[in-house]
Design a protein around this ligand. Structure first.
Ligand SMILES: [Mg+2]
Length: 265
């Protein structure tokens, strides 16, 4: 019988152990005009308060946001949190580990910050996000012609002036980020699977973008399941698709209620 998204929830609810990876923006919460506009969401926090009470569940949120910001958005005990694409990991017991020394990476971000800032000064619709470990330029609300010039110039500055072998460029739609090479969701997922997940655990990854796609491949290659969050057909190795963040929340609630009814039986 073909497994459906519904039967996946039932199977996950009754698995001995379930390692569940989740992205945040675009997966658990809708995108905001700028990343700082996203505030803690009571409904989502309540959902995770319920989920962490599940006996079999090992939840991990891996985000491009800083760990400190993810902690504010999801102040729930028992979660494994990965910030800056997993370079910063906070284990459920409160122990924090970084994949690389912050002081070795920060000077490059500080050299780049004024250069990118000068590109967008006085221009509307841009947002420069200093994530500590990395620097991200957002231009979703900028005029197209200005955005085209600014992003090309930003890339040129990185290549000509700030090239640091410890960093890589992450590109998206009107988005450019200069981030450490070790800030990589698939590396973070590999580490969490190898070091903090029982070998017989069922594994599921839910995410919406290309960074998630990379990480999802690690999960699928390990025998797990990928759920792509997308409202349109996209090339993905994920076995399942959910339309949008409210659909993800619905599925997580389904997972929780299935585990409850299993516990009552
Ligand atoms: Mg996302």
């Amino acid at each position: 019988m073909k497994i459906t998204i519904e039967s996946l929830a039932l199977q996950a609810a009754s698995a001995n152990k379930l390692r569940l990876f989740l992205d945040y923006d675009g997966t658990l919460a809708d995108f905001a005009p700028s990343p700082d506009d996203v505030l803690p969401d009571k409904e989502l926090i309540g959902l995770f308060d319920d989920l962490v009470s599940m006996q079999n569940l090992l939840p991990a949120i891996i985000s491009g946001r800083r760990l400190s910001h993810i902690q504010k958005l999801l102040p729930v005990k028992g979660l494994l949190l990965g910030g800056t694409y997993g370079i910063e990991l906070l284990l459920p017991d409160g122990k924090q580990m970084n994949a690389f020394p912050y002081e070795k990476l920060r000077p490059t971000v500080e050299r780049l910050e004024p250069r990118w800032r000068s590109l967008i000064s006085g221009k509307a619709g841009f947002y420069l996000e200093d994530k500590g470990w990395s620097l991200a330029l957002h231009g979703l609300r900028a005029a197209k012609a200005e955005a085209d010039i600014a992003f090309l110039s930003a890339l040129t500055i990185v290549m000509e002036e700030i090239a640091d072998p410890h960093f890589r460029v992450i590109q998206g739609y009107r988005f450019l980020e200069y981030a450490p090479v070790v800030a990589n969701k698939s590396k973070a997922v590999r580490k969490v699977l190898d070091e903090f997940t029982p070998g017989d655990a069922m594994i599921i990854y839910i995410g919406d973008d290309d960074k998630d796609e990379e990480a999802m491949e690690v999960v699928i290659d390990s025998g797990g399941y990928g759920i792509k969050v997308s409202s349109k057909p996209e090339k993905s190795r994920a076995q399942f698709t959910i339309h949008d963040p409210s659909g993800v929340r619905f599925w997580l609630r389904r997972l929780y209620s299935a585990s409850r009814s299993g516990a009552d039986n």
